[in-house]
Design a protein around this ligand. Structure first.
Ligand SMILES: [Zn+2]
Length: 70
């Protein structure tokens, strides 16, 4: 019968990309300047907030983080 089907190319190539998108769905910046501007705006609106900009090794984008998260 046909139970022995070929199993090549079973792994979808877009899976890692989708996973990254899910992890970083909240905020991601393409460069440090954009991230820094967004951080400054947030801190202006919320003076009690202290944000830092860091480069993400997973998506190679930039994110904002609070002091305690580092
Ligand atoms: Zn990231």
């Amino acid at each position: 019968m046909c139970t022995d089907m070929p199993r090549r190319n079973q792994t979808p190539k877009h899976l890692p990309y989708k996973r990254i998108q899910a992890v970083h769905s909240k905020q991601r910046f393409n460069n440090q300047v954009d991230a820094h501007d967004a951080a400054e705006l947030r801190m202006f609106e919320h003076p009690e907030l202290k944000l830092h900009v860091y480069k993400c090794p997973e998506c190679f984008g930039w994110h904002l983080t609070r002091d305690k998260d580092i």
